[in-house]
Design a protein around this ligand. Sequence first.
Ligand code: ASP
Length: 444
Amino acid sequence: MGATVEVSKNGILGWYFQANLLMRILIGLALGALFGLAMGPKAAWVSPLGDIFVRLLKMIVMPVVISTLVVGAGSIHPKRLGKIGGKALIFYMLTSAVAVAVGLCFGNLFSPGKQMVISGMASAAGKELTRPSLIETLINVVPKNPFGAIAKGQILPVIFTSLLFGMGIAYLRESRDRRIKDAAQMVFQFFEGCAEVMYKIVHWVLEYAPIGVFALIAVVFGKQGATAFGPLAKVTMTVYLAFFAHIILVYGGALVAFRINFARFLSLVRPATITAFVTRSSSGTLPVSMEVAKDKMGVSKGIYSFTLPLGATINMDGTAIYQGVCAIFAGFAIGMPLTFGQQLTVIATAVLASIGTAGVPGAGAIMLLMVLDSIGLKVEPGSAVAAAYAMIFGIDALLDMGRTACNVTGDMAVSCIVAKTEGELDEKYWNGELTELKPAEEKI
Ligand code: ASP
């Protein structure tokens, strides 16, 4: 524990550093909401404190992803990597397709936007909106310049390159040529050292989380507090009910089917879910979700270093649900409820759109344009569809919080399932017989 900062046991600072982190985050959340409601838009003056938190998380994302992915891919035999990757991909795709269906069901059930007539308020639509092309998104997974991709924070190309690099190391570590084998081992150890250093930094960043959370929540409530209600309250309620249903029925069902204690999962996953909720970024939450997978769930680095960055990038169940509900909302709002055929199309495009959605705040709202486009609801400036879209866009922060929390919870659930199928979860710990995980690695 040599690196731990020594703090006085007395006073507010002493309390701060000794209290349970989750409790501190929850206190930050509650105080932030109250502060935001009380101050209104003036709460924005605390936003730099939140920005610092988001920047700290962003700062560590790339090094964490690269080092853990290289170490992860480099530490498992190439054959096993294919198996884990295959399993994770299948789970991710399946749950995303079910997620859109859940969104559509709840949308049909609650019919948000039904009583609205917005065809006359075309002027509400505003800016020119650009649609990303899906093919382009897929091609861009292969970077022209990996260093450029790192510098620009493009996560998919970085995952792709790190994975290849790690696989290269894994192959060479098996080399019969002693010189090559040793060289590969040295590169592997270098990245392993980087990963450990990054975990240490993550620990320190988390100490700041409660303050960051306070500020981020205060700003959202300050801006949207009382005005975020009205017809949009129904969209919000529908989307959130669908999130809960998906987490309980789909993840709960899948975890139980794989004999993983769902209640235990929910209690362990909380720090990751809450961080996702307040940061609205799956990628930004990665350092926390990796820490939870490693220290609280006992998932091995070989699995989480692969499943979590991949999940944070392509597994967006919350986003898929949101797109389902919002497509229904847009249909009702412009007086043209979606047909069954259109809803089937939404399932296909929303799954693709959620894959192409970056794990950053607001990305899902941009991809919604692609989904609406696919069913003929073109968001042209001045159109009724654009007005409906602009309304949802106005409360995007609120919706984004829930969908990101759902996205990250899904990544964690799939990681646990893959770990379980690889025989890695400690049964006794997961069943509550043991309260502490056996340390998988020496902790500094
Ligand atoms: N903010 C979401 C995430 O990071 C993506 C989205 O906007 O739907 O998972």
